[in-house]
Design a protein around this ligand. Structure first.
Ligand code: GLV
Length: 347
């Protein structure tokens, strides 16, 4: 293994006596402990062992001649990237459930497979949605900042009053795996759940939640959790006009960047139309709009949805499983999009 920056992992020993060169694999970010050790016996790994995204020029140089690459959402995989990689690239294994950083059509044109890490991050992300929902409705950010400011305070009947959840309608925009996991947790809080998806779910999957047209869902959701994937059709789906359809004093929890128009969200907080909001990831990450940062009623966290020890290990393992399968000539376990041609490994 070679490192482009400071090593953070220990390469595992390779099986002895290999005759042919191992396939070159680029890993663009330090992964959870133990993950790369599963790859190094079988691949010549180049690791950008850093927590910062690779600068574009370095990424394009490092991907040249690789057979596989493990990317993160900060790496744009487009025609330029694929041309820089060359014709030997067989799989882009995105270390995320989202794939909006990957031009799937450009990959398909070149016969490059794409995989993601669905399933393994569902529960962690649903937990964080609930952490944010509770923080926003109970004004935890404001309370924390008050104590840390050192300003004098004393218990008061009207101090930092929040919203109570029992009986409060919860709306889920995007009832995929994560939306369904958010809905399951709502039962414990006694919240009636409505949702909107392009296609209503089966009886079993919806588990008591009610499908509603988008505008009807907005009109009845005192708390709205946004978990739908970012696509051309969902970008800024929650613009100023749609946010205005929420009940007065509603709370918005945004778990997917780009669906909620962040400046319209800031306007709705400033005007008092919303009681509070919480955002886990941002459209122009790592930039966070100054108007949201200035809003006391916004709970803002740096893209922590899947950030647990267990889940990041599972995401890394799944990305590695996809790479190893494709390099062995098998189908990737979690492909994105229609199955593409699997090319046999070089002999
Ligand atoms: C996180 O945002 C992901 O898509 O995994």
């Amino acid at each position: 293994m070679s490192e482009l920056t400071e090593p953070r992992t220990t390469p595992a020993a390779r099986p002895a006596g290999r005759a042919r060169a191992l396939p070159p694999v680029l890993v663009t970010r330090a992964l959870a402990p133990g993950v790369l050790e599963r790859l190094t016996p079988f691949c010549e790994v180049t690791l950008h062992g850093d927590d910062e995204p690779m600068p574009r020029a370095a990424l394009l140089a490092a991907v040249r001649g690789t057979a596989a690459v493990i990317t993160t959402l900060g790496d744009t995989v487009d025609a330029e990237f694929l041309d820089a990689a060359g014709s030997g690239l067989r799989i882009v294994a995105n270390h995320a459930v989202g794939t909006h950083n990957v031009d799937a059509a450009a990959c398909a044109e070149r016969g490059v497979l794409v995989s993601n890490t669905p399933g393994v991050l569902t529960e962690a992300t649903a937990d964080l949605a609930w952490a944010l929902l509770l923080a926003a409705t109970r004004r935890l950010g404001e309370g924390e900042r008050l104590l840390r400011s050192g300003r004098p305070w004393s218990w008061a009947p009207n101090m930092l009053l929040g919203l109570e959840l029992g009986g409060t309608p919860l709306g889920i925009l995007g009832m995929g795996r994560i939306g369904q996991a958010v809905a399951r947790r709502a039962r414990a809080f006694g919240m009636p759940v409505g949702y909107h998806n392009r296609t209503p779910l089966s009886e079993a999957a919806r588990d008591g939640a009610e499908w509603l047209p988008l505008d009807d869902l907005l009109a009845r959701s005192t708390v709205l959790v946004v978990t739908c994937p970012l696509t051309a059709a969902t970008r800024h789906l929650l613009d100023a006009e749609r946010l205005a359809r929420l009940p007065q004093g509603a709370v918005v929890v945004s778990m997917t960047a780009g669906i909620v128009d962040e400046l319209a969200l800031a306007d709705a907080l400033d005007s008092g139309a919303l009681f509070a909001a919480a955002v886990d990831n941002f459209e122009h990450e790592p930039a966070v709009p100054a108007r949201l940062l200035a809003q006391e009623r916004a709970v803002l966290v740096p893209h922590l949805g899947s950030a647990t020890v267990r889940t990041r290990r599972a995401m890394g393992d799944l990305a590695v499983d996809n790479v190893l399968a494709v390099l062995a000539g098998d189908a990737p376990p979690t492909p994105v999009g229609p199955p593409a041609r699997i090319s046999p490994p070089p002999t």
